[in-house]
Ligand binder design. Structure first.
Ligand code: C6P
Length: 414
């Protein structure tokens, strides 16, 4: 199916039929789901992969000496290989399953950060980071006395590479940046950021929570040291995320959590840890969710990341043009090359009011600070309304959004 689909023109109606929830109504209106940056809906392929595992092949993994456990283990490890291929990592050992992107960043902060960073070492973040890529480093600052430096963004939300480069110095030990802003859609030049950081002798962590859904990724090409993402944003299950790390680095890092499955042997005197990646996967992992994530990756790969990106780019430019025509609406984040996210404010209404009116029209958007309060502060807004597009959204849905925004304007106009 996948090759045929990749060769055919992008058929969004066929894609929509793969997602059962998209045919439902909310508040008496057809569902228009535009909150994909928060979490994406799931295709039958993902739902069915989890169902099949539970119905036919489920047992705990890595420890059973019976067929069913071996089968479930094979499925889980095959999922790891699918993720490896998707990211173009060198080895499955470089792929650690976590709960989500947040846990993956916490793992790096707790293991790499505690073990390798010293008081006075500097970590560079950017103004557009999600709280998940700020708070773990602040916790490390409390504990280790590291220094956080923040690369600025411009008024349009563009990343200022030159200003970032000025922050690099011989105390910089880590650069932790998002590949794409969840609020503004700004896409960061992660390859160039990594090159500059490496020249300064720093390690690089890329938060791919948003970018992984919209842009093809190749960790070897970027040459980053760590890359993280969550399954639920890429049409996969909740409860599963990924940490990619270069093998030598992960090898040198101490375990994050202790328990079963991450050991070779335990006595009360000492414990020998398992090799990668098991060393970082203490306890029974999210087995079915890993299998569901692999199905999601197969699904998006079947459609083709480039084709998805092209479809979404068309939607974003159409939506930008449509909503800009709504009186009193101001776009927030207009960096060149931005992807799939449209944040805005309206003179007449608070973002929460906007979201509520849109909900009445069946349109789901997020409103608030989007877990990026420092960015809100930088932009001088308390909140934004945010429409974020996925591979199943259509121009007709954008029209519904624009009409509902016109309704907001009519309702709240003084
Ligand atoms: N952003 C949004 O609505 P988790 O929660 O671990 O799956 O993802 C955290 C995360 C990390 N980095 C970025 C850039 C993100 O956008 C997110 C999640 C959602 O924008 C939920 S706050």
């Amino acid at each position: 199916m996948s090759e045929i689909r990749q060769l055919a023109p992008y058929d969004v109606d066929a894609v929509r039929r793969d997602f059962p929830i998209l045919s439902r109504h909310v508040n008496g209106k057809p569902l228009v789901y535009l909150d994909n940056a928060a979490s994406a809906q799931k295709p039958y392929a993902v739902i069915e992969a989890e169902r099949r595992l539970y119905a036919e092949e489920y047992a705990n993994i890595h420890r059973g000496l019976y067929w069913l456990s071996e089968r479930a283990t094979a499925r889980y490890e095959a999922a790891r290989e699918t993720v490896r291929r998707f990211l173009n990592a060198r080895k499955p050992a470089e792929i650690v399953f976590t709960r989500n992107a947040t846990e993956a960043i916490n793992l790096v902060a707790a293991s790499y950060g505690r073990h390798f960073l010293r008081p006075g070492d500097e970590i560079i973040l950017t103004e557009l980071e999600h709280h998940s890529n700020i708070v773990p480093w602040q916790m490390l600052r409390e504990e280790k006395g590291v220094v956080l430096r923040v690369a600025p963004v411009g008024d349009d939300g563009e990343f200022l590479l030159g200003r970032f480069a000025e922050l690099l110095n011989d105390r910089t030990k880590l650069v932790a940046v998002s590949a794409m802003s969840n609020v503004l859609g700004t896409v960061l030049p992660v390859r160039e950021i990594t090159r500059l950081a490496h020249t300064a002798g720093a390690r690089v962590l890329i938060d791919g929570a948003q970018s992984v859904t919209h842009l093809p990724v190749d960790v070897c090409d970027i040459d980053c040291d760590f890359f993280v993402f969550s399954g639920h944003k890429i049409y996969g299950p909740t409860g599963i995320g990924v940490l990619y790390g270069k093998e030598a680095l992960l090898d040198a890092m101490p375990p994050y959590q202790g328990g079963g499955d991450m050991i070779l042997s335990v006595s009360f005197e000492e414990t020998e840890y398992a090799p990668l990646p098991a060393k970082f996967e203490a306890g029974t992992p999210a087995i079915a969710q890993a299998v569901g994530l692999a199905a999601a990756i197969d699904y998006v790969s079947g459609l083709g990341m480039e084709r998805i990106a092209a479809h979404e780019a068309d939607l974003l430019s159409y939506a930008t043009q449509r909503v800009q025509a709504v009186p009193g609406l101001r776009l927030i984040g207009t960096a060149p090359g931005k992807a799939s996210v449209l944040s805005f404010g309206m003179e007449c209404a608070h973002p929460h009011d906007i979201a509520q009116v849109l909900d009445g029209a069946g349109v789901c958007v997020r409103a608030g600070h989007h877990c990026a309060q420092p960015l809100m502060e930088r932009l001088g807004v308390p909140a934004t309304a945010r429409a974020s597009f996925g591979l199943y959204n259509t121009r007709a849905e954008v029209d519904t959004l624009a009409r509902a925004l016109e309704q907001v304007e009519e309702m709240f106009r003084p």
